[in-house]
Design a protein around this ligand. Structure first.
Ligand code: GLV
Length: 336
């Protein structure tokens, strides 16, 4: 291709390593500036490398604050490789005329599988069992060895009955669990009926649930949704599962509650200051800790990478990105 034709191609910045298929797709449509590392980009580097680009494929650690967004001249679209988008100030992006997209649906079942796995692992103490066998401590069968909590026929309380909350409820229904939930929006009647869901107050959920699983987005209203007060409302036998966002839980308060057996256990995939984990949590046996991998199956992470690439290309080419978070901006840009 001659140089002036090449220069007509739009340009995209990819801030961190994604699946090669997605890079290949981007290269068919744009000049790609690819930070092929797992380190992510500091704000200063982002500010420099984003110049002259029309799109950015971003990840959780890339913070698009109002200040950063104000500097993004020429950027038409930010395509986040995640369903959560608390790293991007979407109203500010809208004010600056930047479309924002995410990767819903493709990760719903994978994330729900993982949440249910954390619930079961914490309930049945499988990680403690693994260490017990691995370290050669298993010398005899004992009637009371590593006793856990039953999952079947128990009560699951779900905060946030969106896509992932519903998928977790679907798994719980297969374990004959009673399912209560709390959300500012009621689930569709057909879903409530199918899964036998009961909408309750936050307080009732905390008091009645044997397992509490969090599936809310991180917003000012959900920051520290679970703190010392809420943990004290939970049963001493209860288990907390968090696959949403770390700051939904007051992490030091949770660590203290676990140490003092205010609740029985927890299964965590997300933390307040990732990748830092509260040092007390690292010492406790009644918590299962995962490194933010709930959506990390080969297929799902590939689909998320592709979906973000497709959103970026659509935005650069002036088509409506399929997974748009600020559709009102599109309407305005399209003159509707
Ligand atoms: C991962 O945490 C996501 O939001 O997709």
């Amino acid at each position: 291709m001659c140089d002036n034709l090449r220069s007509m191609k739009p340009a995209v910045l990819v801030t961190k390593r994604i699946f090669p298929e997605a890079i290949a797709f981007l290269k068919e449509h744009a000049d790609v500036d690819y930070a092929e590392s797992d380190d992510g980009m500091r704000a200063e580097e982002l500010a420099v490398r984003i110049r002259g680009k029309q799109a950015v494929v971003s990840q959780l650690m890339d913070k698009f604050t109002p200040e950063v967004l104000a500097t993004l001249d020429g950027i038409k679209v930010i395509a986040n490789v995640a369903v959560g988008y608390d790293n991007i100030d979407v109203p500010a992006a809208t004010r600056h005329g930047i479309l924002v997209t995410h990767t819903p649906d493709v990760l719903t079942d994978t994330t729900a599988d993982f949440a249910f796995m954390l619930l079961m692992s914490a309930a049945r103490r499988v990680v403690e069992g693994h260490h017990f066998v691995h370290s050669g401590q298993w010398t005899k069968w004992r009637v009371d060895l590593l006793l856990g909590q039953d999952v079947h026929h128990r009560t699951l309380g779900i905060f946030g009955m969106g896509r992932i909350g519903q998928a977790v409820a679907r798994r719980a229904a297969g374990f004959s669990m009673r399912i209560i939930y709390h959300d500012s929006r009621r689930a569709p009647e057909a879903v409530e009926k199918e899964l036998g869901l009961e909408l309750v107050s936050a307080e009732r959920l905390l008091r009645e649930a044997d397992f509490v699983s969090l599936h809310v987005p991180l917003m000012p209203e959900t920051r520290h949704l679970i703190g010392a007060r809420e943990l004290r409302m939970m049963k001493p036998t209860a288990i907390l599962v968090n696959t949403s966002r770390g700051p939904v839980v007051d992490e030091p308060a949770l660590a203290e509650a676990l140490e003092r057996h205010v609740i029985a256990g927890a299964g965590l995939d997300v933390y307040e200051n990732e990748p830092r984990v509260d040092p007390l949590l690292l010492k406790l046996e009644n918590v299962v800790l995962a490194p933010h991998i709930a959506s990390a199956s080969v297929d799902t992470r590939r689909k998320m990478s592709m979906m973000a690439a497709e959103n970026a290309v659509a935005g650069m080419e002036g088509r409506r990105p399929p997974n748009l978070l600020n559709p009102e901006l599109w309407e305005k840009l399209a003159g509707k």
